[in-house]
Design a protein. Structure first.
Length: 390
């Protein structure tokens, strides 16, 4: 079995296969040091934690992760807090930086005899529609190579080789550009709120998400095409404080920004998640905007489903799980997409305003959406169920 990509999807899959006795190699373009330091997401849904726990992969996150169960909205109509841990299904997030999770998954995988080829870039998946697929690679020393396998799992993200290798017409892509961009920042500063903060402001969205006691993630909506280094640190803090209404609700705890990047909010879903012997999971299967932090959670869910299906096929000769893999995953993916899309509409002014640059009708709808979330218990239960769930 060849797995492309050592992110949450590829490493969860690798661990589950290896422990079932299925020989498995993970091909990863990056070096190990890069993987375990690359800051990404950090909010793990209760269901994700249960999956990882079930397979003995949750030790680090249970020890060091922080339970998280509240978010605060700051809007032109005041602020309100949702203690979502006590709403809906009563579930919480565990905040655990993704690079630590990847580090844990990697350590476990190597400990159970798994093999990772770092610095090895998959170039193309070949002959996926035959019984003998292979992966053409560029080895760490730059030479071309080839890996043969019964099945290939494409867990190499949105720009990976798995997607690129799909022949035209084999898979349909549903995509959406939300027309919104965020400047994503990692600040070396303690969190300023004990909740996820979502600020809706006429200047644009701003977000606050704790990572650890010393590191906080911030997002500031910016114009499409803004270079990541366009704003000075001072300007960013001023924008954050303005949009988060720090004068009314308290100052932000500042610190240097140790990482910044611009994210264009885009989503897509491929259907089906299979082409012959090539299966897609994680970002390679569906790209989800970070508005509701679903990406890593879907990746783990799909990896577990794919691992079970591969085990049934390879160890017990039962292909049913592989045949139904795509159809079983897609409802979860679409549900997460629908919620993330709804969140984007909740948190931003319309991306495609009218000719005069405004869209009062849509703006009023957004305020009404926030008001019903503030006042309607059934709306809050619905929010909590979808916010933490996958
Ligand atoms: N060959 C080998 N490895 C590759 C290639 C390639 N051609 N292209 C990409 N990769 C590797 C990347 O270096 C990365 O380590 O594939 C891995 C993909 O990992 P992620 O991007 O983390 O994707 P995934 O495992 O699907 O996790 C889903 O978590 O934080 C979120 O935004 C993130 O939603 C994403 C997620």
């Amino acid at each position: 079995m060849v797995v492309l990509g050592a992110g949450p999807a590829g490493l969860t899959l690798g661990n589950l296969l290896q422990r079932s006795g299925i020989d498995c190699v993970v091909l990863e373009r990056a070096e190990r040091a890069h993987l375990v330091t690359r800051a990404r997401a950090g909010f793990l849904a209760a269901h994700t934690v249960r999956i990882l726990e079930r397979h003995g992969l949750a030790e680090g996150l249970l020890r060091y992760g922080q339970a998280h169960s509240a978010c605060e909205f700051r809007t032109e109509d005041g602020r309100f807090r949702l203690e979502y841990g006590g709403l809906g299904l009563g579930e919480r997030h565990t905040v655990y930086p993704q690079q630590l999770l990847v580090g844990d998954l990697l350590t476990r995988f190597l400990a159970v005899g798994g093999r990772v080829e770092f610095g090895t870039e998959a170039v193309a998946v070949l002959d996926a529609d035959t019984g003998r697929p292979s992966v053409a690679v560029r080895e760490a020393d730059g030479r071309p190579g080839r890996w043969q396998a019964r099945y290939v799992a494409g867990c190499d993200g949105r720009h990976g080789a798995a997607r690129r290798s799909l022949p035209a017409g084999a898979v349909r892509r549903y995509d959406c550009d939300h027309g919104v961009s965020w400047l994503g920042l990692l600040a070396e500063a303690p969190p300023s709120l004990d909740a996820v903060g979502y600020a809706v402001h006429e200047r644009g969205f701003a977000g606050h998400m704790a990572r650890t006691s010393e590191i906080t993630r911030y997002y500031v909506q910016c114009e499409r095409g803004t270079p990541a280094d366009a704003w000075s640190e001072e300007r960013i803090w001023e924008e954050l404080e303005l949009r988060m209404r720090a004068k009314e609700y308290g100052p932000l705890r500042r610190g240097p920004f140790v990482q910044r990047s611009v994210v264009d909010l885009e989503s897509d879903v491929l259907e089906p998640l299979r082409h012959g012997a090539l299966f897609l999971a994680g970002d390679a299967a569906a790209l989800i905007s970070p508005s509701a932090a679903k990406g890593a959670n879907l990746a783990v869910l799909e990896a577990e489903m794919l691992a079970r299906a591969l085990t049934d096929d390879l160890l017990h000769g039962d292909p049913t799980g592989l045949d139904t893999y795509s159809a079983r995953c897609l409802p979860y993916i679409w549900r997460a997409q629908e919620f993330s899309h709804w969140m984007i509409g909740l948190l931003h002014r319309p991306a495609r305003p009218g000719a005069d640059g405004s869209s009062p009708f849509h703006d009023a709808l957004r305020r009404s959406r926030l008001a019903s979330l503030r006042t309607s218990r059934s709306r809050q239960d619905w929010f909590a169920e979808h916010y933490v769930g996958v």
